[in-house]
Design a binder for this molecule. Sequence first.
Ligand code: NAD
Length: 386
Amino acid sequence: MNGYQVVTYAQRVVFGAGALDNLPDALADFGLKRAMLCTTPHLTANGHVARVQALLGDHLVVVFDQVEPHVPDYQLEECLALAEKYNIDSVIGLGGGSPIGMAKAVSLELEARRTGVARVVSKHPNDQPLIPTIAIPTTYAGSEMTPVYGVTRAQPDGSTRKVTVRDHKITPKLTLYDPLLTLNLPPSLTASTGINALAHCIESVYSATRNPLSTATALLGIRYITASLVRCFREPENMEARTLMFMGAHMGGTCLSSVLMGVHHGTCHVLGGTAGVPHGIANSIVLPHAIRYNADQLADLIAMAGEAMGIVRDGRTDLELAEATADSVYLLVSQLDVPQHLQEVGVPESLLPKLAENMLKSSAVQDNPKPVATLEDAMSILRAAW
Ligand code: NAD
């Protein structure tokens, strides 16, 4: 590592059982009185929306609880129309990465409509949004910490494409991590979004733009997640495990917001976009193979991640430890009852060359510190995962 750059955002993060109760006071501190809530039907069904309504009373002026995965453009239009009609001054995302993404999209696009100024990407990390976003996560995906969202936009040829927006201003001003809200997260989502959080931490340890803060954060995240993910899966209401796992997700999201991801992240996006593999499932399948691909050139860094997982060095070289780390991740995933091979999720072997071609076009794949330069490099990962 030759020098480094660190960007941090002006955010208030509150973590702990009952953190949700901070919402009214935090809104009052920020001078916000007309919030919109974006969420999904599950969160209405399990009573979380009713709790937010009870806490905010008249300060919650509109609820949209139909957010679909990956923020479709037609739903963004619907939310913007509601936001304008109710003259909101803030937008809350409650749930996973999709409703939080919707809240960020409403914030930025409403600002452009209100000011009549086409969007100018903010240059300073402390630039403030007109309509702040508040994030209340209930999965481990990490969006609540990042300056990024994606909207799935219809293309002229009838296809759809996820368009990513990155802007300092999008980072939620307030993030409330309340582990009580995760006790009813189903085991399958616990597993898949939990591995997503682990992947954020592991790719941060070997990121091309890693820095001492991101490394420390990522290693602690790996420690927390390894100690808790299987317990959360088997005992969903275990508060101690849920708390550790959510802290791991916080660490993962913090890293995701500050350093470049690599071949794992890029491959998962290609599998989603080209083969329709759900994001969490793709994470569970690819992570051990991405680690193994990187093991020879990034052995010292991956060995560090392995030690954070609890692997004892026992006289082994960095390379041996890095390979043991890939094995350990595979073993961890195998305890979570999620698919571990691409063929299990219906990806035909004949599609691998197309996937490899798209991997080479992915910016995250290109950002991997060990080059993924040829179709054969990409195919070696896909064949191992197939
Ligand atoms: P998601 O938000 O799409 O939610 C998946 C499902 O989980 C939904 O059906 C939701 O209703 C349900 N759910 C969430 N919390 C629940 C709870 N407590 N109880 C019961 N059901 C619950 O999935 P996700 O994995 O959290 O996020 C994935 C999306 O977020 C993708 O679009 C991904 O690209 C994006 N993402 C963005 C960032 C970023 O930095 N911008 C980071 C991570 C993920």
